[in-house]
Write a protein that binds this ligand. Structure first.
Ligand code: NAD
Length: 373
């Protein structure tokens, strides 16, 4: 069983799908590991660290030669995978709806694409879930980046020269990233409030010591669909939410938006008029900027200043914490494959529930129902 890992080639991608820690763990299962030279460069992992852990380090073509499984953060282009075993698995993020061309190319090449974004949201798969591990770090980084951009302090400070007021931070969307953003802003001493469309998050917000801002006037709306994800809300709800949020946003110094709806563009949460109502010097971090943005006018990897308010967001937030993001991503992949390791066969054998959820291609065909047709 040979596992190969290539250097990531997508622009701005600084993570790597394997670490010396997981090289050792895979080796303990009996696997042979090959890593492309320089793969860990941006995640503070030297080639020698991989070699010390027992991996062979070399050029790309040699790395993938004879591989049974290729691991990636973002799925490599199919041209890079020539020389892998027939039917080799590739476990990585595929952006399956955005990059159907790549999925088709994998099918044509006879590769088995395992999409880590499609990991089911079930308890036993939590340790395999890259969306959660990466969102957690993103929520933290958004607050740190916004704090750095903000020209004032976060905590209240009483000094001999007078008092500095605590920053008011508002988190919109309280999933994995939003919860970590609340916790981080609290640790920095800010006054924190948060909102979401899923009513279940109210208690979570309060348990972190933040204020919950919720639409109470529209009855019978839970906002929660399958797998704990949000659903698209009614027009009536959206209007009520916009009014409530407008009054609140005008008083905030920092706003972090994290709202996503699977398979759709990110919902628009902040309009230009709402930005104009904020104090000059305020900062908005749009964590959904790469999915179309929650904030009017936000642009990936650019500082946009509108009405004196700075709007920012990264196209790849976890990459800004490449070492930790890689460590967690690599553990997710190890947890996934090792959970299914068949000792007699010396390779992983996926079960139906998880295998059918993550498998996009097999036997030369696209097998995922969502992508067929
Ligand atoms: P997400 O990234 O899909 O969305 C971020 C947040 O934005 C969500 O809380 C969503 O409700 C919210 N949102 C969407 N539209 C909004 C709007 N118009 N206004 C305000 N907020 C809006 O969410 P996520 O981080 O993936 O988490 C969703 C849920 O799934 C959470 O309860 C999380 O704990 C759960 N989860 C479970 C597992 C598991 O069991 N394996 C794994 C990951 C997440």
């Amino acid at each position: 069983m040979r596992i190969a890992v290539l250097k990531e080639r997508a622009a701005g991608e600084r993570r790597v799908a394997i670490t010396p820690e997981t090289v050792r763990k895979f080796a303990a299962l009996g696997a042979e590991i090959a890593v492309e030279a320089g793969a860990g460069e941006h995640a503070a992992i030297a080639d020698g660290d991989y070699e010390d852990a027992g991996a062979a380090v070399g050029p790309a073509a040699e790395t993938v030669k004879g591989a049974d499984i290729v691991l990636g953060v973002q799925a490599p282009d199919v041209e890079l995978l020539a020389g892998t075993k027939p039917g080799a698995w590739v476990a990585a993020t595929f952006d399956p709806f955005g990059r159907k061309d790549r999925v088709s190319a994998y099918a044509e090449a006879g590769l088995e694409a395992l999409s880590m974004e499609f990991m089911p949201r079930i308890t036993r798969a939590q340790s395999m879930d890259v969306l959660s591990s990466q969102s957690n770090l993103s929520g933290y980084k958004a607050v740190i980046a916004a704090a750095d951009q903000y020209g004032r302090a976060f905590p209240m400070m009483m000094t001999a020269a007078g008092t500095v007021q605590a920053a008011r931070v508002f988190i919109m969307g309280v999933g994995v990233a939003g919860l970590q953003a609340i916790a981080t802003a609290k640790r920095l001493g800010a006054q924190v409030s948060a909102t979401d469309v899923r009513s279940a998050t109210k208690e979570q917000i309060q348990s972190l010591g933040a204020k919950a801002i919720f639409v109470e006037s529209v009855a019978g709306i839970e906002g929660e669909g399958s797998g704990g994800y949000a659903t698209e809300m009614s027009e009536e709800y959206q209007k009520a939410q916009s009014e409530l949020v407008s009054g609140h946003i005008a008083k905030q110094d920092i706003v972090i938006t994290t709202a996503l709806i699977p398979g759709r563009a990110a919902p628009r949460l902040i309009s230009d008029a709402q930005i104009a109502s904020m104090k000059p010097g305020s900062v908005i971090f749009d964590l959904a900027v790469a999915q179309g943005g929650n904030v009017e006018g936000s642009k990936p990897d650019e500082l946009v200043v509108r009405h004196g308010v700075t709007i920012m967001g990264y196209s790849n937030t976890p990459s800004h914490l490449a070492a930790d993001a890689s460590a967690l991503f690599a553990r997710n992949l190890y947890n996934f494959l090792s959970a299914f390791w068949d000792k007699e066969q010396g390779k992983p054998v996926l079960d139906e529930e998880i295998g059918n959820a993550v498998r996009l291609t097999q036997g030369g065909e696209i097998v995922d129902e969502r992508l067929k047709g």
